[in-house]
Design a protein around this ligand. Structure first.
Ligand code: NAP
Length: 294
């Protein structure tokens, strides 16, 4: 049975963590973080904050005033918060987005744990990734963490596929001062028939197939059939489980990874930064699974 903190566990000593977004009602972060905090018996509570983009500087000043210890950042604030912070990790600068902010002695420090989340299930696989080829569908915010992750894995080639030539060009340009630029290519969807047979990892970073549009897949079965045995299909989407994209991959005998573990592991990495102690990842995963099943 999942344990969530009750009002009776809030005392005068309770410290605050949270997540900002706009809207924020859909966020699953409070569920997994409060489950972990309760399991640790910690004196923290994690709250959702709906912050209108126009109020972001005001919200940060308010957080400073009330002593908020740290917070997650979701859409639409992941880029907008960056100029308001005192320090930003190298990886968040490379990705161009912050999803975790910590209060430090020198002010607000922003970093990005989406990359840790993305990598966790891949690092659990038996294979090595050097010399492998990753094909990434989509060139939005999440694709940036995926590109940085594939670079950390040591992929030989990272091919990003998108539908808008100008956005692809801007995406490519934005990586030109980063070592990943030597491995990165960008191309349009019509190049997929050439790219897919080379892929060892195919990642869907588009929202295609996300509930309530669960009947959709970013690629049709004919394209999926171009993947070779042993390729891993990874969908960042976590509802439904599995997505149509992952069903297609499984039907073909390919290994499928969905976005739930990424969500859990990016949260665990953030909580560990705030608490500076190991956190119960299993509790976070179970809390999410139970919430999604309900
Ligand atoms: P985003 O910044 O809006 O990027 C979405 C990308 O998908 C864009 O490149 C967009 O293309 C492309 N796209 C959207 N609809 C498309 C369509 N019909 N055909 C072709 N391409 C399409 O969103 P994001 O923040 O990267 O999130 C993307 C997905 O990842 C969402 O489903 C989100 O839930 C998931 N996600 C999961 C986790 C996790 O922890 N598991 C973390 C982050 C994100 P254009 O640029 O041309 O519009």
């Amino acid at each position: 049975m999942m344990t969530l903190p009750s009002h009776s566990t809030i005392t005068g000593k309770t410290k605050l963590l949270g997540v900002i977004g706009y809207p924020i009602e859909h966020s699953l972060s409070p569920v997994m973080h409060n489950a972990a905090l309760a399991a640790l018996g910690s004196s923290y509570a994690y709250l959702p904050f709906a912050i209108d983009p126009a109020d972001l500087p005001l919200a940060l000043a308010g957080f400073e005033a009330i002593g908020l210890q740290g917070f997650n950042v979701t859409i639409p604030h992941k880029q907008a918060i960056m100029p308001l912070l005192n320090d930003i990790s190298e990886i968040a600068q490379a990705i161009g987005a912050v999803n975790t902010v910590c209060r430090t002695e020198s002010g607000w420090y922003g970093t990005n744990t989406d990359l840790d989340g993305f990598l966790a299930p891949l690092k659990a696989q038996p294979q090595t990734w050097t010399e492998s080829i990753a094909v990434i569908l989509g060139n939005g915010g999440a694709a940036r963490a995926v590109v940085a992750g594939c670079h950390q894995l040591g992929c030989r080639k990272i091919a990003v596929v998108g539908r808008d030539r100008q956005k692809l060009e801007a995406f490519w340009q934005s990586w030109q001062n980063h070592p990943v630029s030597a491995q990165l290519t960008v191309s349009e969807w019509q190049n997929l028939p050439d790219l897919l047979p080379q892929a060892h990892l195919l990642v869907n970073t588009t929202p295609i197939g996300m509930a309530p549009h669960s009947e959709n897949s970013p690629i049709d079965p004919t394209l999926m059939a171009k993947l070779t045995p042993g390729t891993i299909a990874y969908d960042l989407i976590y509802t439904p489980r599995p997505t149509k994209f992952l069903q297609q991959a499984e039907n073909q005998g390919l290994k499928a990874i969905d976005g739930l573990e990424m969500l859990v592991q990016q949260g665990a990495a953030a909580l560990q930064l705030w608490l500076r102690q190991p956190v119960p990842v299993d509790v976070m995963r179970s809390a999410l699974l139970e919430f999604l099943r309900a």
